[in-house]
Design a protein around this ligand. Structure first.
Ligand code: CMP
Length: 139
């Protein structure tokens, strides 16, 4: 089943000029980048995006980090894209990430872990709509 997922290349990766390297891993995994934009996330956007984590102790730090430098927001398309991208990203904590995954290759810590990917098709649709209109996604 062809589906879409939402991806963010996070500030730790854009700071180290790793956008192209991350995209190469994504494309080598068979996912297509069907929308992409480099933005500076506002505090309001970051707070809303991570609303589900609002009660967590790291919420403030997370919002601060996500607004600290540019990010690249993306829509990825492919066969089982949500699960496929989670495989390609690797575990949230890079110490637990499998060889060849983006987080194993590039992430610095559990907080500064280079990429975000949606955890379900339902959340993917919600997250995509926060940053893209339908006409900006060209499959
Ligand atoms: P992400 O997939 O973007 O969704 C929630 C984020 O919270 C997660 O990636 C991590 O970057 C971040 N996160 C999870 N656990 C911690 C933690 N213990 N300390 C700081 N950030 C965390």
């Amino acid at each position: 089943m062809t589906e879409r997922t939402f991806s963010i290349i996070k500030p730790d990766a854009t700071r180290r000029n790793l956008t192209g390297k991350v995209n190469a891993v994504i494309e080598d995994a068979g996912l297509r980048i069907v929308a992409q934009r480099r933005i500076r996330m506002t505090e309001d956007q970051a707070k809303k995006f991570y609303e589900v984590h609002a009660a967590r102790p790291f919420y403030g730090e997370l919002v601060e980090f996500m607004t600290s430098a540019p990010v690249v927001v993306q829509v990825l398309e492919g066969e089982n894209a949500v699960a496929r991208y989670r495989e390609v990203m690797g575990a949230t904590n890079p110490a637990d990430a499998a060889e060849g995954t983006i987080r194993k290759l590039y992430a610095e810590s559990v907080g500064e872990n280079s990429v975000h990917g949606s955890d379900s098709a339902e959340n993917a649709a919600i997250e995509i709509a926060q940053f893209f209109t339908d006409d900006q996604i060209v499959g």
